[in-house]
Design a binder for this molecule. Structure first.
Ligand SMILES: Nc1ncnc2c1ncn2[C@@H]1O[C@H](COP(=O)(O)OP(=O)(O)OP(=O)(O)O)[C@@H](O)[C@H]1O
Length: 594
């Protein structure tokens, strides 16, 4: 019953629908009381030889009216109660999706995608069933069951009613016991389903890698194992589930036996008529559904409780990012980092230390360094994917970024992440993601600036070409450049390219960077890269190692310092020249041959 208390907010919201639905259910229960009375009366009239055709027609008309009214009332309770439970499903889905959208990336790092999907499907369905079929079953047990019992007692015999009801308490005890076991088993089964969901999602997303390594059979086996696990756990649920019906049927059979045994004796003793005994046993037959419904009710609320608790667990998870707005000022492109130390949540190891620098609006920052040196971590702090602890601040426009409205802050950035992601829609929609109504010329321009316009025009459907999930039909460099176009189209105050030019050749990189330089005057840019050429023109270059800044300056000053930056730049330039020379030599050779 606790799940009903938890869903109290929804029942209040849908009070009218539930009240009308319950009223209709009550009327159906009343209508159903009429036929057994008619049957009993007809039998008594036959046994006393007093049945006339007029009375028979009257009873017939009465039964037809009852049938029509039952039809109407049934239709309306379904609309009211199941309609409301569907709205609960809708509301919960919306709340859950809103919650997912508000969570920080670290939440999605910790939770499995399949699990999150299972909450939005299976768990919500189970809760929806509780608010629909759950209400129906308890109302039917109480209203129909109660009405039948009272009628049996009032119109036939209170004594016989009591005798027939002797086995009922056993049924209640047994079904609620099954319900408790079921709740535990159902929770385990739902968790297994989440794992299977997760595996399916991961296997489909990683199918290319699996195939490349020839690991299909192993993947299939993993899947089959998880699938077996889900089946086994659901079988355990089904076994307990299967106990409900036989228990209830056995209890009803005992009730029938008691009623006929004692009822027949009462007919012989002239305490009740034969017609009344038939009415009584017909009513007893009508008790089967309310009792089954009671068993089903325990089953449903246990499932609903398990699922609602899983949903609540998500809803009660606080975001790592506290959106406590304390300033009305709009952020701009001035950035200051003052970080003594930063460790990722739950990690002991410090990932960034002594990061202190200022970048003025309109300047370009270049960040270079070995893989794992902390370049992306620094950017993730600026984007507020993670927050710094006290005394460590990232400031924009001289105000701690924690004080800005997080949406306004994030609108400041045009961010191209390292693992760029394209939606399964047209290239045009991918580029115009932040403003779907933007005119097509702006889309062309952004594509032109990121050197992808010509490539797009060469596709059969041009800008309307639909890219598959994660842009499977495009090359890595094409995906990167579409992602850059998506960031550039916003003309953001701060453009962030996190290793976003790694898949394009050196000449295209130079061309894109030149376009950015020429078209973004007065705006801030942050570029992280492994190729020093990508940051060569930056106003400030930071060289990182093990989460620290080990060198800083401009290309000229760092070249003079002759440290890591200088050595790497020299080595990369030399390699580039050698490759170019080799290409030219091969080309000349080809020409001479022909
Ligand atoms: N969410 C996280 N939780 C814990 N540690 C993390 C997390 N994200 C990154 N790290 C760690 O922080 C360190 C710096 O990683 P980061 O991604 O910033 O490096 P990077 O310089 O951008 O590397 P690359 O050039 O390969 O992209 C790494 O040791 C990484 O394992």
């Amino acid at each position: 019953m606790r799940v009903f208390k938890k869903l109290g907010w929804f029942f209040k919201l849908e009070k009218k629908s539930y009240l009308i639905g319950l009223l209709m259910l009550g009327l159906v229960a009343l209508m159903e009381l009429v036929p057994p009375q008619v049957i009993g009366r007809v039998i008594d009239l036959i046994t006393t030889d007093t049945l006339t055709s007029n009375t028979l027609i009257l009873f017939g008309v009465m039964l037809i009216i009852v049938a029509v009214l039952t039809y109407i009332f049934r239709f309306f309770w379904r609309i009211m109660i199941f309609g409301a439970s569907n709205r609960l499903g809708l509301t919960l889905r919306e709340q859950l999706f809103k919650k997912y959208s508000s969570m920080s990336p670290s939440f999605f790092g910790k939770r499995r995608t399949g699990d999150l999907m299972a909450h939005a499907t299976n768990d919500i369905n189970a809760v929806q069933m509780t608010a629909g079929a759950g209400i129906l079953t308890i109302a039917d047990s109480v209203i129909t069951g109660g009405a039948v019992l009272i009628t049996m007692a009032l119109t036939v015999s209170p004594k016989l009613t009591l005798i027939a009801m002797i086995p009922l308490p056993f049924m209640v005890i047994l079904t609620s016991w099954y319900g408790t076991i079921l709740s535990r088993l159902f929770r385990v089964a739902q968790a297994a389903f989440s794992s299977l969901n997760d595996k399916t999602q991961e296997s489909i997303a990683g199918i290319k890698v699996t195939k490349t390594f020839g690991y299909e059979n192993e993947d299939l086996k993993d899947f089959a194992d998880l699938s077996d696990d889900v089946v086994n756990k659901n079988l355990k649920v089904a076994k307990v589930d299967a106990l409900f019906d036989p228990t209830i049927t056995a209890i009803i059979a005992i009730s029938y036996f008691l009623s006929i045994f004692f009822g027949a004796r009462m007919v012989i003793a002239d305490e009740i008529t034969l017609g009344q005994l038939v009415t009584f046993t017909t009513y007893l037959g009508m008790m089967v559904w309310p009792l089954l419904a009671l068993g089903w009710f325990f089953n449903l609320i246990e499932r609903g409780k398990a699922s609602y608790e899983r949903i609540e667990d998500i809803m009660n998870t606080a975001s790592d990012i506290d959106d406590g707005v304390t300033t009305d000022r709009l952020p701009s492109g001035n950035i200051t980092f003052d970080i003594d130390r930063f460790a990722f949540p739950g990690e002991d190891e410090v990932s960034l230390s002594d990061i202190h620098f200022t970048l003025k609006e309109g300047e370009t920052l270049g960040i270079v360094g070995h893989t794992g040196s902390g370049k992306s971590s620094l950017i993730r702090l600026l984007l507020r994917e993670f927050d710094t602890a006290d005394n460590n601040t990232v400031r924009v426009n001289d105000i701690d970024i924690k004080q800005y409205d997080i949406k306004k802050l994030r609108h400041l950035f045009g961010y191209v992440p390292q693992d760029n992601f394209l939606f399964s829609t047209s290239i045009k929609n991918n580029i115009a993601f932040t403003d779907p109504d933007i005119n097509i010329e702006a889309v062309y321009r952004a594509a032109d600036l990121s050197y992808i316009h010509e490539d797009i025009l060469s596709f059969p459907e041009g800008y309307e070409t639909v890219v598959g999930e994660r842009g499977v039909s495009l090359s890595g460099g094409q995906k990167q450049r579409i992602s850059i176009a998506r960031a550039l189209i916003q003309d953001p105050e701060i453009l962030i390219l996190d290793d976003s030019l790694s898949a394009v050749d050196a000449e295209t990189e130079t061309a894109i960077l030149k376009n950015i330089e020429e078209n973004r005057s007065g705006k801030t840019n942050i570029i992280t890269a492994h190729r020093m050429s990508a940051v060569r023109n930056a106003d400030l270059i930071l060289v990182m190692e093990n989460g620290r800044i080990i060198e800083r300056g401009t290309h000229e000053s760092l070249t003079q310092d002759q440290g890591w930056y200088y050595d790497t730049f020299k080595a990369q330039s030399l390699r580039q020249h050698l490759v170019k020379d080799l290409d030219e030599t091969l080309e000349r050779g080809d020409r001479n041959d022909s």
